[in-house]
Design a protein around this ligand. Structure first.
Ligand SMILES: [Zn+2]
Ligand SMILES: [Zn+2]
Length: 372
């Protein structure tokens, strides 16, 4: 009897070991999205089940470029990538293209995608576009995209929905219903480059997500009114760092996202009016954030378990009242810094539309079941 038991135990453990080995070698069947902390900039890595990859933006410029490129590299390593197949630069602001040269020095980038020329003259972007960018794509593909263009990625439906100030005119499949939020739309202010953002739709089976770069309110209106040309999504990515020149109800509420993941910084985005719009968005189950935001305070923030990053010198308390965003210009005290270990938010989506979001700082993870 004892011998029989021993043999049985051996059988079971062999079976277990081989299943485990199979599980480790099998290619993942999920679409994985890494929302990487680049301190109020953008870097969002989208990895198809085939491991074909699309990176949207490369973080901040200047002294922060090496740090942000390093953070993106960590995510590519986690995803087991040896190259970046497609890189979309949403627009020519330093918090979106800043780490590109540093990143390209560390990992091959096969295709560079953008909206075309910079329309907001500035030393940083103009010099980059004249001198650095052509060298980076010299041995790769370079594509200037228009709304309606597809980005070919095996197993995914990836489409450009906005670019260079234009929007798709034909609704995405299943979209195009009248948008009830248009009646209360209030136009907003914006700079010249944000509205040029390349906006991207990603479909995987029943799972749907959009990343609109820093697309501003007036363009949100053009894209979503009078008919909602995007339809509804499971996940809204980015939200222009959670700043209030974007994120009107015509966009956020009409998309009806189950989950929003905001690429805000410690003192950038998460302002009360955006938080009110997001918190009151119909059908929203959770907002996840890359950072605590002083501009939210305790009054408007989500619970810390949904927030991926803190700061290097942690304050013992967080004020209840939101801090007013300082006006840009000389003499503004620097925002609290976070150069230490950074954490991404990882989303894994399945064909049936279910998905799991994980905060890698605290390991908190939540699965959103497929819609019936
Ligand atoms: Zn951070
Ligand atoms: Zn930005």
């Amino acid at each position: 009897m004892r011998r029989l038991l021993a043999a049985l135990t051996l059988c079971v453990s062999l079976l277990f070991a081989s299943t485990l080995a199979m599980a480790q070698t099998r290619t993942p069947s999920t679409l994985d999205i890494y929302v990487i902390d680049v301190e109020g900039g953008n870097a969002t890595l989208i990895v198809a089940p085939s491991r074909e990859s699309l990176l949207i933006d490369t973080g901040n410029s200047g002294a922060a470029a090496a740090r942000d490129a390093g953070r993106i590299i960590e995510a590519t390593q986690d995803a087991n990538l040896h190259q970046i197949d497609h890189l979309i630069t949403t627009h020519w602001h330093g918090d979106h293209f800043g780490g590109m040269a540093e990143l390209a020095a560390k990992v091959p980038i096969r295709e560079f995608i953008d909206h075309g020329p910079n329309v907001q003259p500035g030393e940083l972007a103009d010099t980059f576009l004249q001198k650095t960018y052509p060298q980076l794509y010299a041995n790769a593909k370079h594509a200037v995209v228009k709304p309606g263009d597809k980005i070919s990625m095996a197993g995914l439906d990836v489409r450009v929905v906005t670019s260079a100030g234009e929007t798709i005119k034909t609704p995405l499949p299943g979209a195009g219903m009248p948008n009830p939020y248009c009646a209360n739309f209030k136009p907003g202010d914006n700079n010249a480059e944000d509205p040029q953002s390349v906006g991207t739709y990603v479909g995987f089976g029943k799972f749907r997500a959009v990343h609109l770069g820093d697309l501003t309110k007036n363009k949100e209106f053009e894209l979503m009114c009078p008919n909602n040309r995007l339809g509804t999504v499971d996940v809204l990515l980015g939200l222009h760092h959670g700043v209030s020149s974007s994120n009107s109800e015509v966009m956020v509420h009409a998309l009806h996202p189950r989950v929003a993941i905001m690429n805000n910084g410690m003192r950038k985005g998460g302002e009360p009016d955006v938080m009110k719009t997001v918190h009151s968005s119909p059908g929203l189950e959770d907002l996840w954030q890359l950072h605590f935001s002083l501009l939210s305070g305790q009054e408007y923030t989500v619970p810390g378990m949904f927030i991926a990053n803190t700061i290097d010198d942690q304050s013992p308390t967080m004020p209840i009242a939101p801090m007013a965003a300082p006006q840009p210009g000389p003499g503004v005290p620097p925002a609290p810094v976070h150069n230490g270990k950074a954490y991404w938010i990882k989303l894994s989506a399945r064909q049936d539309g279910s998905f799991t979001v994980t905060n890698t700082r605290n390991g908190f993870s939540k699965t959103y079941r497929a819609r019936l």
